[in-house]
Design a protein around this ligand. Sequence first.
Ligand code: SAM
Length: 236
Amino acid sequence: LFIDAPLSAGARIALDRGQANYLLNVLRLGTGDAVLIFNGRDGEWKAEIAVEGRKAADLVCVERSREQTAPPDLIYAFAPLKHARLDYMVQKAVEMGAGVLQPVLTRRTQSTRVNLERMRGNAIEAAEQCGILTLPEVRDEENLDKFIKGLEADRLVVFCDEDAPVSNPVEALSSLGNKSLRLAVIVGPEGGFTDQERAIVAAHQTCVRISLGPRILRADTAAVAALAVVQSMLGD
Ligand code: SAM
């Protein structure tokens, strides 16, 4: 369970209504039952429920059950999609270890007003469900050109392009032979990148253009495929 408060032995945390309802009425837990909690900074803690009523409850931190882990230095940059497809993309990117979620606006981006709060909520939910202790940073949307120009020159941009020659993307990345990379994976909008945008991304000093196979994937599917390729290179 994500808790937006410092965690330490003996700390007492008042749950908000939604969390209290979830633990007491959905999971049917009660006084003394154990819950695993995290805040994105202090690792994972075993906490016990101290019930005050059916609608309110406190947790008391007992002991740390896992140390805080550092996520891979991995920016997932994507043209925002609409509603459920964006929810799905955010969930999957978090599950697959993205440390930063960066919406980028491109010429064919259909959804230019991004609900960052909804993205954060989805990120928390994915982290809670998958035991991920570090929440990704959710950044404000940025134009593609500005995003690429703002990257460190040595950050490896993994540019997913359905027009790239089909070849094994894991081999292409593994041949770079460096597991301590700073990475940025970029996936385009429903309508794909324009040629001018392809040139902007490819102009980044450290960029590998990869194919995810001979078929055009939907953008949310491409997210999962691209991040799986990157994970198999990083090995974590
Ligand atoms: N119209 C579909 C949709 O609504 O999602 C397909 C969109 S596809 C053009 C969106 C992005 O997914 C592309 O810009 C590219 O980044 C990535 N992509 C899709 N298929 C790919 C492939 N075979 N290889 C590499 N990237 C791919």
